[in-house]
Design a protein around this ligand. Structure first.
Ligand code: AMP
Ligand code: ZN
Ligand code: FE
Ligand code: FE
Length: 288
């Protein structure tokens, strides 16, 4: 078993990179990838812990893409097998993390305007070393007893259309894929079903468009994906030379129903053969 999508406390997960490796060992996983939002700062500790524990640890990142999608859909692209020391990657991610901080200040202003006693210091403390995001705000709102669940924090304050929603600075589709390729990684569309298209044909069309921009593959294995989307993706992977990846999107305590390796409600199973496929795709892409 392998798991190629998870978050640490360097973004909005609750566990350290070292803990992720220990958990993978406990679960008997062969390989795991760390894919924090907009940062690779957790990767060195992750790789070191993996080498020590004797399991394969893969450097990754998850990038949010600026694209208009229906039904509040969103697009995230994973970079897998990236070089975390890539200067262009570091430069762009540093910019995105700085913009997240500016955004956090604006969220604080909006919450204070609603007489909620949140401060930037509280958010920074909650985020720790991490790239600051809405889940950190949600946790602070819970600790202040403004809401009694993460979900309510999003529903009442943090989601698009709510009073404290502030959009994030994002790369466009081509920019995100290029960034990943420049860092020597493969660009994999994360949880494709979250793009929220109304029809399977629209999903298919968008993914083929992304392939023209260099997309290498997508997540086929992701617990909770609607069956009709999964079937379409399976066909697309077989007929159009996409790498079929997958993972749990583990975040630790903030998403307690998601387990490493086995995903939401233990519905996930990612085949080990994917590892060889990723490696051969990487050598193919970068030998061209
Ligand atoms: P950000 O990158 O700061 O915009 O935050 C995105 C994170 O918020 C992702 O990890 C999502 O899983 C989480 N998130 C987005 N919408 C919701 C929601 N309605 N309920 C819980 N978590 C959410
Ligand atoms: Zn996240
Ligand atoms: Fe995501
Ligand atoms: Fe994720």
């Amino acid at each position: 078993m392998i798991d190629l999508h998870m978050h640490s406390n360097y973004s909005d997960g609750t566990e350290s990179p070292e803990w992720l490796v220990e958990e993978a060992v406990r679960k008997g996983l062969r390989a795991i990838a760390l894919t924090d939002h907009d940062t690779v700062d957790g990767i060195p500790a992750f790789l070191a812990a993996g080498a020590q524990a004797g399991i394969r640890t893969i450097a990754g990142v998850e990038i949010s893409v600026d694209v208009k999608l229906p039904n509040r859909g969103h697009m995230h692209i994973l970079g897998l097998l990236i070089d975390p020391a890539s200067p262009s990657l570091k430069k762009t991610l540093d910019h995105l993390v700085k913009e997240r901080r500016v955004r956090a200040e604006r969220i604080v202003e909006r919450l204070q305007a609603l007489d909620i006693p949140v401060t930037l210091e509280m958010l920074l403390e909650e985020a720790g070393e991490g790239a600051i995001g809405r889940p950190h705000v949600a946790r602070v709102l819970m600790s202040l007893k403004v809401v009694d669940s993460i979900q309510k924090a999003f529903d009442y304050y943090l989601s698009p259309g709510q009073a404290a929603y502030v959009p994030k600075v994002k790369l466009d589709e081509a920019g995100a894929i290029q960034l990943i390729h420049d860092a020597g990684g493969l660009a994999i569309l994360a949880h494709p079903h979250y793009m929220n298209f109304d029809s399977v044909a629209e999903f298919r069309h968008k993914i083929l468009q992304l392939q023209k921009l260099g997309l290498d593959g997508f997540e086929l294995y992701y617990a909770g994906m609607p069956e009709r989307v999964h079937e379409m993706l399976k066909e697309l992977a077989e007929t159009h030379d996409f790498v079929a990846s997958g993972g749990s999107d583990f975040h630790g305590d903030i998403k307690p129903d998601i387990a490493m390796g086995s995903g939401l409600n233990n519905l996930l199973s990612v085949p080990d053969e994917l590892l060889e496929e990723l490696d051969s795709r990487k050598s193919r892409r970068f030998s061209e």
